[in-house]
Design a binder for this molecule. Structure first.
Ligand code: C5P
Length: 401
């Protein structure tokens, strides 16, 4: 699969640096040749000797090394590769890349290269979430840098959150995907997607919820990443695992979901799969726990939540080129969904019958109708991951036509 491919592997300074050794091995097993560059910070975690022994090539470390420059200048290093992979890409390396700094070997190569660069970020969750890192990430995405990960979970520092280096098999897959070329029509496209239910607090212990499992939305997020998209998944409270390569933002309420979606803009497409609660408590949940009383049951004084899909569709400036909604209906599915598409102003509606007998809500399969300005397509019943792949292709066609 990677026969004859030359990969320049830049290893940054993070605890996850050791995983890059495994990455190098897996790439070489698949026929690639790997040349290593180790930053000074990277050398605090692994040694040039281990990189050189594994790759069977020199490990380059210094910008101003007479010996290295004589053997292989940084320009040649950056050009004699088919792909440059940065793993782990630290916050510092990302900042340098985003700003065009070139004050050491790694950053100079990254500025001098004329090849595709793929980064695998890894850092503490707060560093990842920091506005500066997110700003740099945005710049790198716009510059066409490919990204794999980071994953979500327990970090080396003991904190939990996004910032884990992507798993080695996922990195290998992303690299193979890059070389496979043709199946990444969404490369460079940014997509924001909502999934799952929202929880609307009634009081400090109770909330209004719905039966959405998030399964279809998460599967779609993964399928879009597989086609090369940069996906931000704004997820309500669900137990689904984050698909590899997806940037996940967890929220609880509709108001939080709305804010997170807007914060993720600009995007080329917005896909609203979430079953957003239509109403929330007018007074919020800051009060005391409601108590039973002999005066009867409490009245839930509700107000309307923002309609995220509708507001995205109606944006005057910066509207995503493609806005996709979902319609969960229990009767006259196509008729109601067609009307919903017009009412919400979105480009495409994916409709399904969620009446109890279908078992779709929370189940593993789905039967959908895709409604756009070209008409209605009714698809056969498929597994949710198959529906996701087919929908991702449809979205790619719509975005790239
Ligand atoms: O109006 P209804 O809830 O049936 O519309 C469903 C579609 O609208 C879905 O795509 C859902 O994600 C989106 N929606 C939304 N914000 C709301 C309500 C629904 O984005 N407050």
């Amino acid at each position: 699969m990677l026969d004859g491919k030359r990969i320049l592997l830049i290893i940054g300074g993070g605890v996850a640096a050791y995983k890059s050794l495994d990455l190098a091995r897996r790439l070489m097993e698949r026929g690639a040749s790997v040349r290593g560059v180790l930053t000074p910070a990277g050398q605090q975690f692994i040694t040039p000797m281990s990189v050189a022994s594994l790759t069977g090539d020199e490990c380059y470390t210094e910008l101003f090394s007479l010996k290295d420059e004589a053997e292989m200048g940084h320009i040649r290093l950056s050009r004699e590769a088919d792909l440059v992979v940065v793993s782990p890409a630290t916050a510092d390396l990302m900042a340098k890349m985003a700003n065009g700094l070139a004050n050491d070997l790694a950053s100079t190569i990254l500025l001098a290269t004329d090849k595709q660069v793929m980064i695998a970020p890894a850092m503490n969750a707060e560093m990842w979430a920091h506005k500066a890192t997110q700003r740099n990430l945005e710049t790198l995405r716009r510059d066409g840098i490919l990204m794999v990960g980071p994953g979500d979970g327990m970090l080396a520092c003991g904190e939990v959150g996004p910032g884990r280096l992507a798993e080695v098999p996922d990195m290998v897959e992303a690299i193979e995907g890059f070389f496979a070329g043709g199946n990444r029509p969404l490369a460079g496209k940014k997509i924001v997607l909502t999934a799952g239910p929202t929880h609307e607090p009634i009081d400090p212990v109770r909330y209004i919820a719905n039966r959405s499992s998030g399964k279809q939305g998460f599967a779609l997020a993964g399928a879009l990443v597989d086609l090369g998209a940069d996906v931000t998944l704004v997820a309500g409270p669900v137990t689904q695992e984050t698909p590899a390569g997806v940037v996940r933002v967890d929220v609880e309420t509709a108001l939080e979901m709305d804010a997170a979606v807007k914060a993720a803009l600009p995007a080329d497409a917005a896909v609203c799969v979430a079953a957003v609660a239509d109403w929330r408590m007018k007074a919020g949940s800051n009060g005391e726990k409601l108590k039973k009383s002999k005066d009867g049951v409490p009245a839930l004084d509700l107000c309307e939540n923002p309609d995220i899909l509708k507001s995205l569709s109606g944006m005057k400036k910066g509207r995503p080129a493609l806005v996709v909604g979902f319609a969960a209906e229990t009767e006259k599915v196509v008729e109601h969904a067609t009307a919903k598409r017009a009412r919400k102003g979105c480009d495409m509606i994916v409709a399904n019958d969620v009446s109890h007998e279908t078992g779709i809500m929370g189940g593993d399969s789905n039967q959908v109708h895709v409604i756009s300005d070209t008409g209605v397509e009714s698809w056969p019943s498929m597994r949710k991951d198959e529906v996701a792949q087919a929908l991702a292709k449809t979205i790619a066609d719509a975005l790239t036509q």
